[in-house]
Every structure is written in structure tokens, then in C-alpha cells.
Design a protein around this ligand. Sequence first.
Ligand code: BGC
Length: 739
Amino acid sequence: MKPTTTLNEPSFNPQTLDKYATLMALGNGYLGIRATHEESYSLQTRGMYLAGLYHRAGKRDVTELINLPDVVGMHIELDGVIFTLLSGDMMTWRRELAFSSGEVVRDVVWRAPNGRRYHIESRRFLSAAQKPLFAMRLAITPLDYDAHISLSTGIDATQTNSGRQHLDEVSLRVYDERFLQGVYGVQESDVKVAIGCHCALTNAVHRVRAVNRKLVQHAVSQVALGETLIVEKICWIEGHPDETPANIEQTSLHALKAAVAAGYDALLAVSCKALAQWWAQCRVTLDCDDIQDQRALDFALYHLHAMTPFHDERASIAAKGLTGEGYKGHIFWDTEIFLLPFYVYTQPEVARRLLRYRWHTLPGALEKARRCGYEGALFPWESARTGEEETPEFAAINIRTGERQRVASALAEHHLVADIAWAVLRYVHITADDAFLQGEGGELLYQTACFWLSRTTEVDDHLDIHDVIGPDEYTEHVNNNAFTNYMALYNVAGALKYCPRSLFSADFTARAARFIARLRLPEPDPNGVLPQDDSFFSKPFIDLRRYQAEPGKQTILLDYSRAEVNEMQVLKQADAVMLFYLQPWLFSEAVQESSLKWYLPRTIHDSSLSKTVHGIVAARCNLADMAYRFWREGCQIDLGDDPHSSDEGLHAAATGAIWLGVIEGFAGISVTDELCIAPRLPEGWRTLRFPLCYKGIRLTIALTRTHLEMTASAPLTFRLFDKAVSLTGQGRFAYQDFI
Ligand code: BGC
């Protein structure tokens, strides 16, 4: 396999500290640690998060993913001068995240204001094999004179979520003068997090003290010119969101001691081995003109590994993964629509666990439906661990009037219910996991379908769905949103077809059949454009080019109120395009193309979910240039030049979308009744290789501009463009024979 690429931070720039802290964040699905520097900068936000560990700090706050005590920070003094890249000169600079090893390395030669130069190299990784294990290694070499080096580091529990503190100190201990341990309790609960660390320095004198929520080890060392001071800090960070084991202090201390005995290099080797398995399962490789395309794919897959809680099916993937406090660590439809397909096609057992997260939270969804006067399951728009609605009631405050803006999503963005059902059906179609359908999957399908049966309004012998917000959140409280209605139809029809009959209430079959027959379904107009909802066509058009130049920034809301935006043809993302992406079989290619083109001047792409989906639909319509342009722009959501695009964390869904754009867009993979492949590689791509899992059969697929090469672990029939192909073992096929 071609070696994975790296991500490089081009220079030290105080303005992009938070961007790179996110892009280079470490993660293993259990923990996420922002890639902040060892030394402090006022413009950098430290962060360490444990998947599924949430708490609500105050009555008027919302539940959020807890930012744990910091272990990364180090105060370093070199011959009495505080090490900071804001003073002195940086003579050389390299900072890099190697996707293959998950190791972040920084290598600088720094000249202090007093003229003395030091070579400082630091490395760190979060283990892919031992999830609570985090390790750092620093090497400091004086280049001009013998040096007196002092260093302070430990566990800093003054860290908060932007000022909100969720943890109480339960105990602070030092064992054998070297092993520091802080145990922190989540307020108003019995849940504890044990954080242990050990910091070894060559030839140093140590002192440890606890003060103001900090447990700190100070060390001083004399280092001769040309010699190197090695600092190895090994940490063991353990927490269990539901129940803390009684002896967590001892077991985690024991684990820390074993890790310290192994040492940084050996621990890294074990982690790399585990990570290699990940890459073998899902790496997508390109032979192409621009290395950035390969880098974007490696970046996406690295972060998919970092953000997915493989170990805990009561946790799911947050909108920012484990990389920041944005969206409070909540889970949205992003997971089912943008991230789950990757797992369905590469590691179906993980997709199943992600769906089981929703199944675990069904009681909350049933309760929300009940409270809102509906039947079945109404999943929370923003979800955390319990399945309760976590969407903040109010968004930003208008500080002139003191009024707060209400967030309408929890009240009306109901498409999420059908999105979850879509994900269940997708999982089942691609895996043929019938047992899941007989159990949790069937229950999810049925309860979501029941919701839609109760969500309609009878108008002129038709069933309307009134007062919803589609994925396009710039149009609120509309009737018969095309996305919502077609997705609801798919949900109810899917339940009727696939759910075990034993689940059905006495009248479900009749009500579902009536729903399917009478539901109002927006139809394309004479120009082949699918209306977004009942009122969209009647709203005035405005020129959006100014706002389209700055997608993702929501600058339109600086010029217009939300209510005004609601009354114009202004889209955050295009619902019709999103619908074509999820259900391409509904409309002809001509309708998809004319709708795509009609909505383009009306779409700002202020949602990070927008561009790649446009790219996939464009690819399916054979609009090759547009498809590639959108895909590239989708890759730039985090990787682009905007210095603040990712300050609050990564756009998790956008990483899934990078993969989807390649597999569903350019490779043209789709599954309806059978697996179909219709490749359309962008110019400049010579070969695209990837593994895929279909109905338990492991496939490796290599696409060139003219041929498909495929191996299959069992005999398989699939469709290449328009014709059926049977494959046993290995095969090579020329596209021209199948068109
Ligand atoms: C988008 C939603 C998305 C959320 C979290 C919002 O800006 O409009 O569709 O679920 O971000 O990523």
C-alpha cells in the first residue's frame, strides 16, 4: 500500500493555533486531545474529551462534553528564560501529524532573546491499542552553552469548558514520589475520572506539589552543551460514563506503571500496529496528479478513526468528534447520513453499534413524541448520552435588547426521524443483516414510522406535513418540505415492507397504507425543478454572490434577520439536492440536473454538509467538472486557508463526506437491489483503489479511466454501468464492454 501522507503546519502563527489544535488533534474514539503546544498561548484552547462523558453545569446551561483536566501543558525555562515562540527567533520549524502512526511531531531551533539557541523536539500520540494511554516525549539540546533547564508539568484541573466547571477534585496523590494521580468526580454523580501521569527526565531533581487544582511536578536539570535532556511523560486517563469501577485508583495506577516500564518507543510501536489494521481495512489510495487529494482522504480517515467510539455503543459521533467544544459534543443527523455509510461499507459491525446507540436512546425519543403529542419515536435534534433533547432552547443573545433567539430545530427539524430510518435500511441493504432487522433495527423502523403516521394534517383528502424545518435551516416552519415528505414516505414504506409483523399495532398496516397513498408529494414543475416546499417558489430571489464568496460564515445573517431570510429564496443547503443524494431513484437524471442548477444561485453553502453532497449529485448527472470542484471545496472545509474554520472543532460530517464523494460520486458505487458500479474518475486521477464490504463479501476495487479490477472473497453478481457481471475470485473488466 502507498504510504500515508502527513499533515504539516506551515509555520508558527498565533492566529491559527486553534485551527491546527483541531486539525492535528489526537484521538482513538475513547479520548480526544487537542494538539495544543506544550507552552501556553492565550490564543490556544486546550481540550481533552472522553467519549460519552457529559454533564450540565447549571440550570440554564445545556449538557456538554466535559473538557477534562489538562496533561499537555508544560512550563519550560531555559537558562532562566521562559520558552515561548512569541519571543526570540525561530530558526527552524517543522510540525507534522503522520496519519499512519498518529504521532504529532514538532521540531524547532529556537534562539532565546539572550541569543542562546536550543533544539527542541517534541512528540506525542494517543494509543490506538491501549485507549487510556497518552504519551509525550521532549528532547531539548542546548546548542551554544551548557544549560540550566527547568520544567513544570502535571495535571491541571483548572481547565473548564469556556468557564463552566464540571468536575470536583476527589483525591490527589503522589505515589513513589513520581506517579501523580488526580481523581475527579463529575458533579452530582458517582462517575469519576482517574488521571495519572509520570514524567521522567534524565538527570533531574524533582519536587511535586498540589495547589489550586493543579498537581505539578517541577524538575531542574543541568545539561551540557551538545547533550540532550529527554523528558518522557506517560499518562493514563480513565473514565467510564455510566459506572466507575470501585478500584479505579489502583487499576489505573497499575496500568500507568506498566506503561511507564515499557517506555515511549515500545508503546508507540504497539499503537502503530493497531492503527495499521485500521488503514488496511479502509485506506483509499489514489494515483493522481495532485497529492492534496490523497491527503484529504488520509486526513478524513485518520479523523474517522479518532472520533468513533468503537468501545461504547451508548456513545456516538459528535458533530465535532472529540476535537473541540463546538455544538457541546452533541450528536446530530450528521452521524447517520454522513458517517454511518462509511462504516456500513467498510466495517459493518461499527455501523451496527452506531445504530444501536439510537436504539438505546429510544425511550427518550418515545417520551419526546408523547410530550409533543405524537406517536412513535421523535428523536432529539441534538442528542448526548440519555436520549433526551439537548438542543439549547435559545441561541445567541441580542445584547442590545437582552432578547434571546429561540432555536427552532428541536421543535420542527423532524426529518432526523426519517434519516435514522434511512440509515437502518441502508445498513440492512448493504449488509443483509436480517437479525438486526428482526430486533433493534425493526424496532427503530417501526417506531419512526409510527411517528410519521401521527405527524400529518388532513387537507383536501391529502395528508400534508406542516410546520417543519428541512435540512435547509434558512427556511423554517414550512409545509410539505420535499425532503421531509419523501424521507417520511421511505420510512413508512420501509417499515411496512421489512419490519417483523409482531411489532405492528392492530391498525398499523391500514394506516401506513393510507399514509403512502395520500401523502402529499411535491412534484417537479414544468421546467423539471422540484419545489423545496409549498411556498419556496413564491418567495423573491436575491443575489447571493456576496455571501457565496464566504460559505460557512453565515454572513447573510449580518445583513438580514432570520425572519427576513425565511421569506426569500435563500438556502443554507439545498434540500432537493440532499434528497437526490439519499434517494437517487426517485427522479430522472434530467430532473436532478435541472433542479441542481436551479438551486445553485439560491444556495450559500453555509452548512458544511452542503458541498460534497452537491458534488455527488453532480457526478451522478455526469457534470464532471462541477463534481470535482464541489468535492475539492468540500475538502477545504477544515483543510482550507480560513484561519478560524475549525477553532471549535472539526466538521466531523465533512470527513465522512470526503470519503462519500469519492466512493459514491467518482467510483459511482450504489446499492439498491444489487451492488452497482459506475465509475467516473476526475481528470488527473489515474487509479482509485479501495476496499469495500458488501453482504459479508470483502472486495478490493481498483478503477482506472478505462478498467475495473476487482477481487471478491466469495462469488458475487453486480452491475457495471448497465450490465450484470458475475465474479469469482478476481476479474478485470473494460468499461466499454458494459456501457
Ligand atoms: C447544520 C446541520 C448540522 C449541524 C451540525 C448545522 O449548521 O445546518 O444540518 O446537523 O450544523 O453539524
